[in-house]
Design a protein around this ligand. Structure first.
Ligand SMILES: CC(C)(COP(=O)(O)OP(=O)(O)OC[C@H]1O[C@@H](n2cnc3c(N)ncnc32)[C@H](O)[C@@H]1OP(=O)(O)O)[C@@H](O)C(=O)NCCC(=O)NCCS
Length: 178
């Protein structure tokens, strides 16, 4: 079973180790996440989460309020959105459905806030695997944009109109391969 829990400073070495993985570098080549600093901070506009499969950490998720985020990475963005970053740590944990479940849990967390009406993501233009992954989950392409000089595709998942926010009980969770 996959669960999300808050990061702690005890995750520092693991996060730094995952940062050395090629598939993680490739999705975010220029970013320095400043883990030593950031794991000791807890700004209101951010949640940093570790995904655990049966208590084994398998990946990382960050959820931000892009309107409130302090560096204004998203520049012009509406209020009442959330933006997500995600990666799986070990190559051997890719393509087993874990990312899908992690995203579903993160999306559910986002829409638990009643005012939130959309979830944004910004994969690199070149990250076609991620585009497929998000489209399969219902995200729709919005635009191509430059973030810090890098070409990205912005996708958005709008809040479901049928008030079905609890995906855990909606049947949408795909069973994962053991
Ligand atoms: C993007 C990412 C989080 C997706 O996670 P994932 O666990 O690999 O994703 P899933 O396993 O749910 O889906 C990926 C593929 O596995 C397949 N798959 C899913 N469940 C499966 C299962 N039970 N059995 C076999 N295949 C499965 C999917 O069909 C999908 O195939 P596709 O690549 O042809 O579309 C992961 O690839 C990753 O960490 N990538 C590097 C970082 C990154 O790019 N992050 C996104 C930046 S915006």
């Amino acid at each position: 079973m996959i669960k999300l829990r808050k990061v702690t400073i005890h995750d520092l070495e693991l996060l730094k180790y995952w940062d050395t993985k090629k598939h993680v570098i490739d999705c975010d080549p220029d970013d320095d996440w400043n883990w030593e600093l950031e794991l000791n901070r807890n700004p209101e506009w951010r949640e940093q989460l570790i995904a655990e499969l049966d208590d084994r950490p398998i990946g990382f998720i960050q959820i931000i309020d892009p309107y409130e985020e302090e560096t204004h990475y998203w520049e012009k963005v509406e209020q009442n959105k959330r933006a997500i970053d995600i990666w799986i740590g070990e190559e051997t944990d890719l393509n087993k459905g874990y990312g899908t479940v992690m995203m579903q849990l993160a999306i559910e967390t986002c829409f638990e806030v009643p005012t939130v009406n959309g979830v944004l993501i910004d994969p690199l233009k070149s990250n076609s695997k991620a585009h497929r992954f998000y489209e399969r989950m219902g995200f729709e392409f919005v635009e191509e944009r430059q973030f810090n000089g890098t070409s990205c595709f912005v996708f958005e998942l709008k809040k479901p109109t049928d008030n079905r926010v609890n995906m855990k009980n909606s049947g949408l969770i795909i069973k994962t391969k053991e």
